[in-house]
Design a protein around this ligand. Structure first.
Ligand code: KIV
Ligand code: ZN
Length: 514
């Protein structure tokens, strides 16, 4: 790979999934992985194979399917993790094991309770084991942003000798400041004697809002892989956002002098897919993919753009996928057109029942809504096709809501195949609907977040609702879409209850320590 090429390593499916409530099903992860492949991401971190049987299956099915991107699994620096990662990647066209251990004094002393030399030995052992199972091994110095540079140089030299070909310096807690982080990366590359045998990578968290700035600063210091996520999703305040990194590199070639292989025109559709699947809406003023990112409000700006676009735009909206012809299908479109458009969006419905259910739902939607856009299709598939066991299903909802009167909701919900009815009043129609569903479910979960987003423009748009529920420390995000936002809300609530019910325990890479 040429010296000026930056490898884009996407960790939406692993670190992104560590956002509270952002867990995805295997089928959803596969859909995102296909979109990432189409975007021409170099490396897809598909998950943490040992975390749970579900994670293993997700990594495996992505490794079995994706051909053009390298597929990677995270593994702590322990034998069982590495073996499980290798097992999940066995059929990958190009697979990578990403192993890590903490290197900061605070983590080594309080979390690992190991001496620095023991940490080095454990890392070397893990890398050698991984190299015996997979030719492509990445090693990460967890909490690298707070690690001592002398120790980093020591462990990295040994890691490269043991066979790691990518060395990642994560700013795990988002503590770094751009010029200081760049200096750390520069010094490591200068001081590690065998640095020429590895590609240096960074993985920045956004606790101080500096993840993208730190990543770009590291690129100027010689890093040639950046780990990032779509929409900046990730643990706590998130990771560096892929779209911002990629567009900064593309737009400021003059300063940065490097390139990525990303097909930027697919950025917006991938962002929307991730948002719709995870239920994490994109803020309107988010760079690149926010609804206002290319909207000019002030008259002076509008006038300038009309006369000469570059007066107020540093990149074109088209270059990231805005204003692409998003009109997808209409009322008269048939099953073939429906299936073909889904395929073009990277959605493969091989199961006939799933295709029939999605098509029926499309026809229902087309009756209510004149024009069906790609975003509608994505929401529709998320809503209809799921590999979560649907223990509960909304059968009927009737809500009365009048000025000056308390809204009342009546619901029929199917639970384990048996229909149950309930009614409740609430402060608004959504509150009444949730209370009625809760009467049937009796889940005891607490509502942490409720959000509604219009999927497309116009008052006939579908509302996409996210409901975040918490119970016993477990958090799930349920989604639902419908042209009626009260129905969308009830569906989202029920979806969250189904997720809560079906969820298996999952290990967290940085908590369940070695
Ligand atoms: O933030 C971090 O340190 C990580 C590592 C596991 C790479 O996510
Ligand atoms: Zn991370």
């Amino acid at each position: 790979m040429s010296q000026d090429r930056v490898i884009i390593f996407d960790t939406t499916l692993r670190d992104g999934e560590q956002s509270p409530g952002a867990s995805m099903t295997r089928e959803e992860k596969l859909r995102i992985a296909k979109a990432l492949e189409k975007l021409r991401v170099d490396v897809i971190e598909a998950g943490f194979a040992i975390a749970s049987p579900g994670d293993f299956e997700a990594v495996k099915s992505i490794a079995d399917t994706i051909k053009d991107s390298t597929v990677c699994s995270l593994a702590r620096a322990v034998d069982a993790d590495i073996d499980r990662a290798a097992e999940a990647l066995v059929n990958a066209n190009s697979g990578r094991i990403h192993t890590f251990i903490a290197t900061s004094p605070i983590h080594m002393q309080h979390k690992l309770r190991l001496q620095p030399d023991q940490v080095i030995e454990q890392a070397v052992h893990a890398i050698k084991r991984a190299r015996n199972l997979c030719a492509d091994v990445e090693f990460s110095c967890e909490d690298g942003g707070r690690s001592e540079i002398d120790f980093l140089c020591r462990i990295i030299e040994r890691a490269i000798d043991a066979g790691a070909r990518t060395i990642n310096i994560p700013d795990t807690v988002g503590y770094a400041i751009p010029h200081q982080f760049a200096e750390t990366i520069r010094q490591i590359i200068e001081r590690v004697p065998n640095a020429d045998k590895a590609i240096f990578s960074v993985h920045c968290h956004n606790d101080l809002g500096l993840a993208v700035a730190n990543s770009l600063a590291a690129v100027t210091a010689g890093a040639r892989q950046v780990e990032c996520t779509i929409n900046g999703l990730g643990e706590r305040a998130g990771n560096a956002s892929l779209e911002e990194i990629v567009m900064a590199i593309k737009t400021r070639q003059d300063i940065l002098g490097v390139q990525t292989g990303i097909v930027t025109e697919h950025i917006l559709s991938t962002s929307r897919l991730v948002s719709s699947i995870t239920g994490f809406p994109v803020q309107p003023n988010k760079a690149i993919v926010g609804a206002n990112a290319f909207a000019h409000e002030s008259g002076i700006h509008q006038d300038g753009v009309l006369k000469h676009r570059e007066t107020y735009e540093i990149m074109s909206a088209q270059s990231v996928g805005w204003h692409a012809n998003r009109l997808s299908l209409g009322k008269l479109s048939g099953r073939n057109a429906f299936r073909t458009r889904l395929q073009e969006l990277g959605i493969e419905l091989t199961d006939q029942d799933e295709l029939n259910a999605a098509f029926a739902r499309f026809k229902e939607l087309a009756d209510k809504k004149h024009e069906i856009f790609d975003e509608d299709l994505q929401a529709l598939v998320s809503d209809t096709v799921t590999d979560v066991v649907e223990r509960m299903r909304l059968v009927f909802l009737d809500v009365t809501s009048r000025t000056g009167e308390t809204p009342v909701a009546k619901v029929t919900v199917e639970v384990d195949g048996v229909e149950q009815q309930a009614s409740a009043s609430g402060s608004g129609p959504v509150d009444a609907a949730f209370r009625a569903v809760e009467q049937v479910a009796n889940s005891g979960a607490t509502l942490q977040l409720y959000s509604v987003n219009a999927i497309t423009e116009g008052t006939d748009s579908q509302g996409e609702v996210t409901v975040r529920l918490e119970k016993g420390g477990r958090i799930v995000n349920g989604n639902g879409a419908d042209t009626d936002i009260v129905i969308a809300s009830a569906k989202a609530y029920i979806n969250a209850l189904n997720l809560m019910h079906s969820g298996a325990h999952k290990a967290h890479p940085q908590v369940e320590g070695i």
